[in-house]
Design a protein around this ligand. Sequence first.
Ligand SMILES: Nc1ncnc2c1ncn2[C@@H]1O[C@H](COP(=O)(O)OP(=O)(O)OP(=O)(O)O)[C@@H](O)[C@H]1O
Length: 231
Amino acid sequence: MFLVGLTGGIASGKSSVVQVFRQLGCAVIDLDVIARHVVQPGYPAHQRIVEAFGTEVLLENGDINRKVLGDLIFNQPDLRQLLSAITHPEIRKEMMKETFKYFLQGYRYVILDIPLLFETKKLLKYMKHTVVVYCDRDTQLKRLMQRNNLSHEDAEARISAQLPLKDKARMAHHVLDNSGEWSITKHQVILLHAELECSLEYLPLRLGILTGLAGIAGLLYLLTRYLLPSP
Ligand SMILES: Nc1ncnc2c1ncn2[C@@H]1O[C@H](COP(=O)(O)OP(=O)(O)OP(=O)(O)O)[C@@H](O)[C@H]1O
């Protein structure tokens, strides 16, 4: 099995593309969903956040108040780093668990939907392929204004706060150009899925694990056959 990191920019069409991959039967892990999951009450990261930032970051029902926490770390690199140090290992653990689950189910590749794949870079080394859902800036602006009911100025500000999509596209192995009709994008997704599904890059890990398991089974057999006293 191998990992495929998928990213894009605000309103570039990432969620729409992920939906097609899911419809094609692909395994998809959404890092945003995991990030929200690991800070739920009862999870270790939740407790550490309360210890580090105080109970003022909690809602009445005990959930983390993401807005308050976000405001607290805004422009405070030390606090932002502290929050990352608490949450990132938990997110990675959960990601590994989900990936292993898909490995056992026999998937050849798993898509990781990671909004900040190229900005944080930490997960890049695990990705065999990277995919950027791209669209030209005018289209991105128009779709963002329409979807979020934003003024031209607000939409511009949100797009400008991100790494330019053109730069991300330059860094990716595959670019899905979502500037045009949806049917054209959908066709690109189908082609990419076929390419990834045909790739033999899933074999080394699968063979490695199978060889490891066969080795352990062989060792256990030898131990029981020759080392344990016969009844
Ligand atoms: N090819 C297309 N033609 C027309 N509209 C599109 C196309 N692709 C996406 N859209 C619309 O553009 C908007 C943004 O798409 P989507 O929500 O998939 O983007 P996103 O990258 O997941 O956004 P974000 O990361 O900000 O949540 C949605 O309203 C979607 O319906």
